[in-house]
Design a binder for this molecule. Sequence first.
Ligand SMILES: [Zn+2]
Length: 212
Amino acid sequence: MVSLWLPHPSTIFALNHYILALLALTSITGDYIVSHTKLHLFQALFDNATHATVGGLSWLYVCVNYKNRSHLQTLLEIAACAGVASLIDVDHFVSARSFRLKDATSLSKRPPLHCSTFPVIFCLGLLLLSYVCQVEVWKKVSLIVLTAFVSHHTRDATRRGFWVYPFGSTPPIPYYGYVGLTCLIPFVVCELYRVVKVEGARFHFVSKGSVI
Ligand SMILES: [Zn+2]
């Protein structure tokens, strides 16, 4: 039996704002630490940890706004989103065919998982399959993967823009545009969650102090 978390409406409202503030703070602090760290290895580790934290916080925002999940399920979903957001950078090593950080970070072109066309096609394909095969959980998986990729690509876009194959790359996005977009992503994913009708409805505030 799933133990449901039924928070007070003001709790959800406050949590949403705390998470958005944390997202902005994590992005800015993470970038500050990366740019002020001398050692290449620590730069890479802090950079990756920032990707993971931003991915995890983005999915936490979605979890806070939708019911029908246990605490354990919430933790697993957040860990999955953080894990995917972090693992995307493994393709630097795969493309370099080397375990050396220097090789992985000095590629002449961007590795395939950094192409933004990929998560869009993957998620649309998985969503379509979930309807055809009627596997409800694939809808959620597609949105977790989408959140992880979009948050990662948005952070990378401050340096190299978005790579949208076959159209090429956009110019790098302005720094505070990236922070704003990072805070906007979980909000958009919440709307997608509703549109694709993932199991577990959004909290509805029926009267002062009650939530269904
Ligand atoms: Zn990256």
